[in-house]
Design a protein. Sequence first.
Length: 295
Amino acid sequence: MRSFAWFTGLIALGLLSIAAFAYPAWLLLSPHFSFPFHRIGERIGMLVLLVGFFPVASRLRLADRTSLGYGVARRSFVREMSVGVAAGVVSMALVAALMNVLGLLDWTPSASLTAAALTKLVLLRLTSGLAVAFIEETFLRGAMLTAIARESGARAAVLLTSIVYAATHFFASYKIPAAEVNAWSGIALLSGTLHQFAHPFDIADAFLCLTAVGIVLGVIRVTTGNIAACIGLHAGWVWVMLVVHDMSRPLRAAPLGFLLSASDGFIGWLVLACTIPLGIGLRRYYARGASSSSR
C-alpha cells in the first residue's frame, strides 16, 4: 500500500497547504487584486497537488504514457473517448428522464432560456465535463490505479481509487467574506471545505453512489488498459448532470424525494440503482472489445 500512501499523502498535503498558505497569499494579493479568499485557498491547494504530482509520479515510475492511461494510438484513443462520451450522455439522459417521470425535477428555471442561451450553456458544460474528466481520470484511474495495481493487484486498485474518487466530491466550496478574513481564516477555510464529513449519514447515499461509479470506471480502465473510455463516460455523465442542474431544481419534498441526495440534489439512491446494471452492461461491452482486439 506504499503507492496508496503516497497519493493520499499528496492529497492531504494539498489540503493542509490551504490552511497554511491561504492567508499569507491573501495578504500579498488583496492589495492588488479582488480575488475571493476561498478562491485563493482553492488555487493554492490545486497548485500544491499539481507540483507534488510530478515527483510522486517519477518516484513511483509513472512518468510515461502507458502508466498514465494514454498508452494507445491517438486515433484509437479519440475514437474510444468519443464512444464513451456518447454512452455517458445517453445513459445519464435516461437517468434524468427517469427522475422527471418520477416527479423529482422542476424545470421552471429553463423556461426563460433562449435558444442562444441554451446553446451557450450546453457548450460551456461540455467544456467543464471534459476538463473534469481529463484531470480526475488522469490522476485517479491513470496514475494512482496503475501504481496501486502494481503493488496490490487490480481489485485493490479499483476499490481504493473509487473510495478516494468519492471522497473528493465532498470537498465543499466554503466562502469567507473579505471583511472577516483574519490569520485563522486558512484553518476555517479548510474546516469548511471538509465540513460534510462531519455528518457521514447525510452523505452516505451520494458517497456509495460515487464509489459505485468509481468502481465502474476502474473496471473499464483495467479491462481496456487505458483511460480513453473512462474520460469519455465521465465527461458525458458530468455534461448531462451540469446541464440538468442549470435547467431544473430537485423536488426533495416529492414523495420519492429521498432518492435524490441532499448533497447535490442529483446523485443518490436512484443513480446508485441505475449504476449497477449500467456497470454490468459496460463491463461486458468493453470486455468483448478487449477480447476482439487481442485476437
